[in-house]
Design a protein around this ligand. Structure first.
Ligand SMILES: CC(C)(COP(=O)(O)OP(=O)(O)OC[C@H]1O[C@@H](n2cnc3c(N)ncnc32)[C@H](O)[C@@H]1OP(=O)(O)O)[C@@H](O)C(=O)NCCC(=O)NCCS
Length: 152
């Protein structure tokens, strides 16, 4: 995996929807609505206002984002197509996992698009249960234990 060392000027910001909305919207609109064909209605939900958001910037340009829900589930992971496979999503994911751990999470779950299971698998997530569909896209629940002694 390549990393931040190949991305001079990359920085991560954590903040509320109020703080990061324009940047997060830009990335999510490009990835989920334009690239993947999700609807506006499904993309913007009430959970944005209560989630912690992470945005990766390269210089002034927002190039990646994800959110951590109050229940400590990670979602809406997206990296601009022009910036993929350089470790940006990995940095965002690990930052949000660290926050979840600070908030007392013993496990972190997410709904992974089946096309990118390997990405999450590389970060210690294990798939559970049956495939389900969100916005017509196949997903699996994945879980990473933060404490190896925890059973649930
Ligand atoms: C999935 C996504 C967020 C990954 O972002 P990224 O910044 O490219 O990811 P990283 O560079 O941190 O990836 C690290 C590793 O994860 C794996 N990986 C990343 N994207 C992958 C993909 N599309 N398929 C399989 N493995 C992938 C690779 O092992 C990669 O390492 P490598 O580049 O050395 O092979 C990005 O492709 C994206 O935005 N896709 C569209 C939206 C989406 O599917 N979001 C996930 C919703 S659950």
């Amino acid at each position: 995996m390549t990393g931040a060392e190949e991305l001079p000027g990359l920085r991560l910001e954590l903040g509320s929807w109020n703080d990061l909305r324009p940047a997060a919207e830009l990335v999510r609109r490009a990835v989920f609505i334009h690239e993947q064909g999700c609807s506006e209605e499904s993309e913007w939900d009430e959970l944005d206002a209560v989630s912690l958001h992470c945005v990766a910037y390269r210089g002034d340009e927002a190039v990646g984002t994800a959110r951590l829900l109050p229940e400590l589930r990670i979602g809406r992971m997206a990296v601009a197509m022009s910036h993929r496979r350089r470790g940006i999503a990995s940095l965002i994911l690990e930052r949000l996992i660290a926050v979840a751990a600070e908030r007392g999470a013993r496990t972190v779950v997410l709904h992974a698009q089946v096309a990118v299971l390997d990405f999450y698998h590389r970060h210690g997530f294990v798939a559970e249960g049956e495939e389900f569909f969100e916005e017509g896209i196949a997903h699996l629940l994945m879980r990473r234990k933060l404490d190896p002694n925890v059973e649930d």
